[in-house]
Write a protein that binds this ligand. Structure first.
Ligand SMILES: *Cc1c(COP(=O)(O)O)cnc(C)c1O
Length: 481
């Protein structure tokens, strides 16, 4: 039967508005070539929604840092703003203003003194995420190093003697490798070892020389949740700078820590309170609690020494002009609106309450993991809310954390296992990122399933049921029902 006849038949029995009875519902979705004919919007939308059916449930994805839940009011605001373009500052002056308000709030949250003003005293921009923020931070280090190096009489075209380098600990996020590759900068990695799971402060300055464009401190190492001791780094840099031809600067990559650390206890100064920190980036879509993608970068002052002229592009704004700094051009203004909404909706006290709940959940995970007696905790959630663990060396089990990842996936949970960074890559760890949407209730459910998963693995691998607190087989049936 030809397709046309199908359609005619369906029309005859009045099913044209019936999604389940539609011709399209009885066919596979087009995947390779643009289909020739249109289909009704409602049918297309339902089919696309169906196609997403077995994607991870966002709140069961314990692997991601990115926001999976906002309040309905924020959803509405963002939906309404989807048709704006953040780059058209003259057409959308209020969105542009909100962007500046957000930069200003972040700058003050990170230690820029009260009363200092955006553009006049400091500068910053929204980005699509921390990756763009890191690129901009790295570029401003590179270009300002070039200017200073040339002033000091270096021939910066002589790459044999003056190939610029960037110093960072080896557990960096991939964007730093991209930055160095794109701009021909040598990536100097300070390796981790058993005793240094963050930047090794005993050795970091050995990696620095006159061609170092800057050191990146990471306030929240993506893979483990450990933090670099940026206060100590700042002291080392101050000491070095006393006699340096080209003083060293610090950029802080606080992609996820930057909107967590300011609200909870237990962090040493890591931000603009330290005098060698020149710029900081954060992801608004991580603990800023906005859907992906939005990020931010702030420079501590608005001098061309920190943010060179060639990175500033003048765009019209309210009858005059302002500097556009971002790499990306057009993108929706919705995320800026969402971020500004969150800032005024929650305020400092709101973020504080949320982040303290996040920490509570993270600490509880550690407590529960310890009860199994087979895990060694590498990050316990007492600083950043990232839980990392490995199988203890004396754990009497024949399965791996990769097996556990697979078993948990059967219950819908995403808990990735992967090797530690360079130098300790023989150690496999599992990681949970505790996000604001992970309530204690979700954690309770996860723990039930974790017990089941371990029970199943032990059974499958013939491991004795150990002394730890897992449900009996009878309980197991009840739980899975
Ligand atoms: C997530 C992350 C990035 C990249 O951030 P995006 O917002 O995803 O672009 C960079 N650095 C660190 C430390 C991160 O955790």
């Amino acid at each position: 039967m030809s397709e046309k006849n199908d359609e005619q038949m369906i029309d005859e029995i009045g099913l044209e508005q019936n999604f389940l009875g539609s011709v399209e519902a009885g066919k596979s979705l087009p995947t390779e070539e643009l289909p020739e004919h249109p289909m009704p919007a409602s049918i297309a939308a339902q089919l696309v929604q169906h196609h997403r059916l077995n994607e991870a449930k966002a709140n069961q994805n314990l692997a991601t840092f990115c926001t999976t839940q906002m309040e309905p009011e924020a959803d509405k605001l963002m939906t309404d703003a989807l048709n704006t373009n953040a780059i058209d500052k003259s057409e959308y002056p209020k969105t542009a203003a909100m962007e500046n308000y957000c930069v200003s709030m972040l700058a003050h949250l990170w230690g820029i003194p009260k009363g200092k003003k955006m553009y006049k005293d400091f500068i910053g921009t929204s980005t699509v995420g921390s990756s763009e923020g890191c690129m901009l931070g790295g570029l401003s280090l590179l270009l300002s190093w070039k200017h200073r190096a040339e002033k000091a009489g270096f021939d910066t075209k002589d790459l044999h003697h003056h190939l610029p380098n960037l110093v960072i600990m080896s557990g960096y996020q991939v964007v730093w490798e991209k930055f160095c590759t794109y701009w021909n900068v040598e990536l100097r990695q300070v390796p981790i070892d058993q005793n240094h799971m963050s930047m090794d402060m005993d050795h970091v300055m050995d990696y620095v020389d006159e061609n170092t464009i800057g050191i990146v401190g990471i306030q929240g190492i993506t893979y483990t949740g450990a933090v670099d001791d940026i206060q100590k780094l700042d002291r080392l840099v101050s000491e070095y700078n006393k006699t340096a031809v080209l003083p060293i600067r610090i950029h802080v990559d606080s992609a996820f820590g930057g909107l967590f650390a300011p609200f909870v206890d237990g962090f040493k100064p890591w931000d603009f309170r330290l005098k060698n920190v020149v710029s900081i980036n954060v992801s608004g879509h991580k603990y800023g609690m906005v859907y992906p993608g939005i990020g931010w970068i702030v420079w501590r002052n608005n001098s061309e020494d920190l943010l060179p002229k060639e990175m500033r592009f003048s765009v019209p704004y309210l009858g005059s002009s302002v500097d556009s700094i971002a790499i990306n051009f057009s993108h929706s203004g919705a995320h800026i609106v969402g971020q500004y909404h969150n800032f005024v909706r929650f305020g400092y006290k709101g973020y504080e309450a949320i982040m303290n709940n996040v920490r509570k959940v993270s600490l509880r995970i550690t407590e529960e993991l310890k009860k199994f007696g087979i895990f060694e905790i590498l990050n316990d959630g007492s600083q950043l809310p990232i839980n990392c663990w490995k199988l203890a060396d004396d754990a009497k089990v024949d399965w791996t954390l990769y097996d556990l990842e697979g078993e948990l996936a059967k219950y819908g949970w995403q808990v990735p296992a992967y090797p530690l960074p360079k130098n300790r890559e023989d150690t496999t760890i599992s990681r949970i990122v505790v996000r604001p949407s992970m309530t204690m209730t979700i954690l309770d459910d996860f723990m039930e399933d974790l017990k089941m998963a371990i029970h199943n693995l032990n059974k499958e691998h013939g491991n004795n049921e150990l002394e730890y607190n897992i449900p009996s087989a009878a309980d197991a049936t009840t739980v899975s029902n």
